[in-house]
Design a protein around this ligand. Structure first.
Ligand SMILES: [Zn+2]
Length: 498
């Protein structure tokens, strides 16, 4: 049974949304957080484990220094303070994919705290305060077998893979985000997109949302217009695409509003997002912090980074995203609306790489925001996952520039690239897409079209050059699109001007 929802506009008439975003980032360190096991994604189940990450009695964890360094660089990039001294804590709860029965995390002493960042939606800047960024370890993975949905309900049995258990995670937590009004879902999306770009620029994570190396828990609550306190929040777990972040928050706002205007109370609980149906469903009721019986991890020494180390790391930070965006916009000569679209679609890096591969900024933008954007939308995937690389886009445009193919044939070449037939040149060769540059064949087709349409030909002879369109269309059709329309026009004019 699906929940009642209120129309989105009506939500905003009566309530102000308050968001809280918790983003988990899997670091791309070679080894795990507290042991030397490898972290390669997609390995055979349970081949990357050892007594430490399997939680065997007597095993002792050791902190991964590179993970600590990554945590500090993330904190610094988010304008956080870096703790002079902090400890790990045990978060106690039972879950089959967590073999120790507790997770090593940080609780009241995060490595980074009190930061901020800025995102832009429709040209408006929104400042987002960062509460903390702390280190922890990932859990293993459960695979529920036999049910229709892949969830535990209806499954006949479950399998466990501990390869991911102990992979270093950084959890980045915002302070409550207020004042975003109807833009709340887009601000959340822009924030996660900004984090993704920032983390990629830092080189600390693969940030592949579809593989779970970047995932977002979205807390949503509504405040009545005259209220002075926050409402009760729900937490939608593990939202794993930018588009889903926006949709899940929008949905939760409409669901909360229906509960509240119906006189009910929102339940504090975790929820699951369903991409296919576009709704969330109830998970478990949310534990309070005291349920976890946090206490300092006795097997690990505190982390006390020297100020010299912190300053050295600060000097390795990449250009801040907002500054980088402004610089690229100036270099590319994009208008504000053009750049805004590029940023919100997550195409900045793709265009940057396509330009680096030899495309002009405007043609790079045309392909990514046009044809490829449309296809990503149809497939319901992020632009970066559409199946074509920046180098391939540059190669495609190179073929258009060299007049080997025209724009229409280029779209057929994209079909081939997306179907896994190779690079654009290979597709053009294999599918025989190249335009006919042999003037003899073109000339014959033009003669035929003129002969078949004497009245049109007369009009052109009489000076109505716009009538040439009909003949060009016929020639292009006869050539199955594989002709340069500009050259066809030239031939027609040559033949009819004498
Ligand atoms: Zn291990």
């Amino acid at each position: 049974m699906s929940d009642a929802v209120l129309d989105y506009d009506q939500v905003l008439e009566q309530f102000d949304p308050v968001l809280g975003l918790e983003v988990h980032v899997e670091l791309n360190t070679a080894s795990k957080m507290f042991c030397g096991c490898a972290t390669t994604f997609g390995a055979e189940p349970n081949t990357q484990t050892c007594p430490v990450c399997l939680g065997l009695p007597g095993s002792l964890p050791v902190v991964n220094a590179v993970a600590v360094e990554s945590a500090m660089r993330i904190g610094l990039a988010l304008n956080c303070s870096i703790a002079e001294h902090c400890r790990f804590a045990r978060k106690n709860y039972f879950y089959p994919d967590m073999p120790k029965n507790y997770q090593i995390s940080q609780y009241d002493e995060p490595i980074a705290y009190d930061g901020w960042c800025e995102v832009e939606v429709d040209g408006e800047p929104y400042r987002i305060e960062i509460e903390r960024a702390h280190m922890e370890e990932d859990t293993g993975k459960s695979l529920h077998v036999g049910g229709a949905t892949g969830r535990i309900h209806g499954a006949s049995h479950s399998l466990l893979d501990y390869n991911r258990a102990g992979v270093p995670l950084i959890e980045i937590v915002t302070k409550p985000i207020t004042g975003t009004g109807d833009k709340a879902p887009e601000v959340a999306r822009a924030y996660v997109a900004m984090l993704r770009d920032l983390l990629r620029a830092l080189g600390v994570s693969d940030v592949r949302m579809e593989q779970g190396s970047l995932r977002c828990d979205a807390n949503v609550s509504l405040m009545a217009k005259d209220a002075t306190e926050f409402g009760i929040r729900s937490e939608t777990k593990n939202v794993n695409s930018l588009r889903s972040v926006e949709r899940a928050i929008r949905y939760e706002m409409t669901r909360h509003a229906a509960v509240l205007t119906g006189g009910g109370a929102v339940k504090q609980e975790t929820r699951h997002w369903h991409e296919d149906t576009g709704v969330t469903t109830s998970g478990r009721s949310k534990e309070a912090a005291e349920d976890y019986r946090y206490f300092p991890e006795p097997d690990l020494v505190p982390v006390a980074p020297s100020r010299d180390w912190v300053e050295q790391l600060r000097s390795t930070l990449p250009e801040p995203p907002a500054q980088r965006r402004k610089r690229l916009q100036a270099e590319w000569g994009f208008t504000d609306p053009e750049m805004r679209d590029v940023v919100s679609t997550g195409a900045v890096e793709l265009i940057e790489q396509t330009v680096a591969a030899g495309c002009t900024p405007q043609t790079a933008r045309k392909w990514w925001m046009g044809e490829l954007g449309r296809r990503a939308g149809e497939a319901g995937v992020e632009l970066a996952e559409v199946g074509m690389t920046p180098a391939q886009v540059a190669e495609l445009q190179g073929l258009v520039d060299a007049k080997v193919i025209n724009d229409k044939l280029a779209r057929q070449a994209i079909d081939g690239v997306l179907a896994g037939e190779g690079d654009p040149q290979q597709v053009v060769d294999a599918r025989g897409l190249a335009v006919v540059s042999d003037d003899g064949a073109l000339s014959a087709a033009v003669d035929e079209a003129i002969a078949a349409n004497p009245d049109v030909a007369d009009k052109i002879r009489g000076g109505k050059v716009q009538a040439a369109g009909a003949l060009i269309g016929q020639v292009m059709k006869a050539m199955k699109g594989q002709a340069d329309a500009a050259r066809v026009r030239e031939l027609i004019m040559e033949k009819l001007s004498s």
